[in-house]
Design a protein around this ligand. Structure first.
Ligand SMILES: [Zn+2]
Length: 67
C-alpha cells in the first residue's frame, strides 16, 4: 500500500501519518491515534489500524458505562 496518494477531499498529495489525540464525531476521544491527515485541508482519514483502535476505545467505553 502506497503512502502517497491524493487526499479524497481536496486532491492534494499531502497526506501524512500523524499521531495525535482525535475527537470523533460522536465525542469519543482516542488518544495518540495514528492516522492520515491532509496537510492542505486538515481532513483526517483512518486506515485499518486506526479503525481498530477506535473500535477498541469504543468497546472500552461501552464496558465502562455498563460496569
Ligand atoms: Zn486535503
Amino acid at each position: 500500500m502506497s503512502k502517497s496518494y491524493p487526499c479524497p477531499e481536496c486532491g492534494a498529495q499531502k497526506m501524512a501519518l500523524t499521531v495525535e489525540n482525535c475527537t470523533l464525531e460522536d465525542g469519543l476521544v482516542v488518544k495518540r491515534l495514528q492516522h492520515l491527515k491532509c496537510k492542505a485541508c486538515d481532513s483526517r482519514f483512518f486506515d485499518d489500524d486506526a479503525m481498530h483502535r477506535i473500535q477498541d476505545e469504543r468497546t472500552k467505553r461501552a464496558v465502562a458505562h455498563t460496569a
